[in-house]
Design a protein around this ligand. Structure first.
Ligand code: ATP
Length: 404
């Protein structure tokens, strides 16, 4: 197969086809990590990536995402289970022979070497020919736009530039897999957004299978083709960003994905003929027919009604029609953001966040009618916290393969 060299067409942003044999699937089968027989950091982790896929591990601090990444890298032993890169079982293969490149949060650049030497160092250790090293370093530098910085030392670079060098060092290896461990967390908010876009573009252009760890769900949503949501060492859900947003399988995932978080209002289910309602002190919200089908079995019981802030509207300032969907709230905080206004309101003792029209005239202390878009509601079991149902129907042709 005639293949384009790495980086060609980078100026125009076209995807550069990876060299033959440079792509790889990663497969984890029932992987566990235990420390000293006591701490189980990772429990029964199962995942199979596609070639060239961008998978993000996300979850709160201590959920086991870094440990899992380090097991893929070979920096931590696997206590139990199997890890494959390509078709090769790599449990006992040392990191340097796994054909991976890792980018760390702290960049891990050598302070006494200039940018060129930092990028070339790993290749020199591998005894790659000098002219090949030179070609790869210059090409990578051009792709990530640091060609003018090659003679500088790390201390002479900004945080964003250092991050680029760390990425450049990974690119020159031409690995089968990129592993990123919170690579943007040391950057300021603006730079983080810029670098996020750069990483996304770069990964698409190079087409190298990538696993990226972050605790930031916005980063996860914007970067991942699939996201693995973890908690307490376990995988809770693996899916595409939009499926996680629309069809969270648990209250935890529902609350973790999406910003601001989904609101949960404890409600009692009341069935009246064909109609099924979420009821509470001063509200009676009708579930649409899709959700009603699953909710009916909970007649008389308490459930969590889940509403995302963007699925509320303020009466008089929304196109959502009023139809058995009013929740009364007492406004405590109003945050005008221009395009929209975030309202924090007390609804029967719970704080609820609503994103409403940016020009809505409301003040703290006002009691307002919030209209719920009932075509976007969710319901969760109070005991198991598992999803009872969602108001939307999944388009199964869109469902990403979550091979768990
Ligand atoms: P963070 O976002 O804070 O880095 P994380 O999701 O990456 O968190 P890990 O670093 O993978 O979490 O840690 C998972 C669990 O394993 C934690 O409870 C942690 O305390 C524990 N752990 C990690 N390394 C060790 C170790 N060397 N010995 C004992 N326990 C450890």
């Amino acid at each position: 197969m005639g293949l384009l060299p790495l980086g060609q067409d980078s100026q125009r942003g076209k995807r550069v086809r990876p060299k033959e044999g440079t792509m790889a699937k990663i497969k984890l089968e029932h992987v566990y990590k235990r420390y000293g027989g006591k701490v189980t950091a990772v429990k029964d982790f199962n995942l199979e990536t596609e070639d060239g896929e961008f998978v993000v591990f996300v979850g709160p601090s201590g959920c086991g995402k870094t440990t899992t990444l380090r097991m893929i890298a070979g920096l931590e032993d696997i206590t139990e289970g199997k890890l494959f890169i390509g078709d090769r079982l790599v449990n006992d293969v040392p990191p340097k022979d796994r054909d991976i490149a890792m980018v760390f949060q702290n960049y891990a650049l050598y302070p006494h070497m200039n940018v060129y030497e930092n990028m070339a160092f790993g290749l020199r250790l591998r005894k790659v020919a000098k002219n090949e090293i030179d070609r790869r370093v210059k090409e990578a530098a051009r792709i990530i736009k640091i060609d003018h910085l090659l003679q500088r030392k790390p201390r002479e670079l900004s945080g964003g530039q250092r991050q680029r060098v760390a990425m450049g060092r990974a690119i020159v290896r031409e690995p089968k897999v990129f592993l990123f461990d919170e690579p943007l967390s040391n950057l300021d908010a603006k730079l983080r957004v810029e670098m996020r876009a750069e990483i996304s573009k770069l990964q698409r252009r190079l087409g190298v299978t990538t696993v990226y760890v972050t605790h930031d769900q916005v980063e996860a949503m914007t970067l991942g083709t699939r996201i693995v949501v973890m908690k307490d060492g376990e995988v809770l859900q693996v899916d595409s960003p939009l499926n996680l947003y629309d069809f969270p399988e648990t209250k935890f995932v529902a609350g973790f994905i999406g910003s601001p978080s989904m609101n949960f209002i404890k409600s009692r289910v009341v069935t009246e003929g064909e109609n099924v309602f979420f009821t509470g002190d001063g509200f009676k919200v009708r579930a649409n027919s899709t959700l009603a089908g699953n909710l009916r079995a909970y007649n008389g019981k308490e459930v969590w009604m889940g509403i995302r802030p963007e699925h509320f509207g303020l009466k008089g300032w929304t196109s959502i029609p009023e139809d058995n969907n009013v929740v009364k709230g007492k406004i405590e905080v109003v945050e005008p953001l221009g395009a929209e206004t975030e309202i924090h309101a007390d609804v029967i003792g719970s704080m609820v966040t609503a994103k409403v029209d940016g020009h809505a005239m409301v003040l703290p202390g006002d009691t307002v009618d919030l209209l719920v878009d009932t075509s976007r509601l969710h319901a969760f079991d109070v005991d198991s916290e598992k999803a009872i149902g969602h108001a939307t129907v999944m388009d199964t042709t869109q469902k990403a393969k979550a091979k768990v």
